[in-house]
Write a protein that binds this ligand. Sequence first.
Ligand code: PTJ
Length: 259
Amino acid sequence: MSDYDTVSADVEHEEEIPEDHPRYQDLLTRHRIEAGVEKGITHLQGMHAEGRGSAFDYLLGEETIPSADEAERTAAAHLLLADHPVLSINGNVAALVPGEMVELAAATGADLEVNLFNRTPERIEAIADHLREHGADEVKGREADAHIPNLDHERSKVDADGIYEADVVLVPLEDGDRAEALDEMGKTEIVIDLNPLSRSPRVADVPIVDNIIRAVPNMTEHARELVDTNEAELEAIVANFDRDRALEDAEDRIRSGDL
Ligand code: PTJ
């Protein structure tokens, strides 16, 4: 069972969804996105993104498939090996897994940075406040004193001492253009996206085809298990990971899933 079932309820009536409902996670997710929009955290487009994700999750059987678990373990190894890991937070991520992202940051020594596709100062502040309410000390993304090259001005804004200088970046539920631009900067990119055909996981060093509500707590669990592992072993985990096979496995599962 993921921590997701036990995190604080932000959503009106969230507690009224019976946990044994066959679509419990999906309903909870929908409610969280709705509450995120009401709170000024999530963009309206986030609802469309959630709908797309939900359809892919249904076809995946709403579970973490073995290749996704392996990708999550590899991602944890990358974050532990990094000199400067950063976890990027957008409006959907903040609504769905705020406390879980704070925990992953703590388990891996990563920074949290708000980085938005539809950037406004109000949303940046609302998301930073929301993360602090869920235990974050420092939240980057407000300085916006550097730019990701080859991306239009507003969407390219990042912190010079955050995503810009990071060596490993986790970019969940990301738009393809920005994922490509970050990849071109030579960063090790970890992407969480339920659509294995989307551009973002296809440019990622570690594509995680899983629902973020399962992926993030599982990465934290792996990071806690691996925290005392020596560098050579962590590097072996990274070297043994086959990104193409992970994408193929997920696509096969979606195309041939027995529902
Ligand atoms: O908050 P902003 O302004 O930065 O905007 C965020 C969104 C998500 C609206 C923006 O980045 C966007 O439009 O993204 P896309 O292009 O819709 O891509 C989002 C991807 O995330 C899609 O491929 C979805 O299938 C996937 N997705 C949606 N919900 C989940 C998911 N993947 C994993 N877990 C989910 N819960």
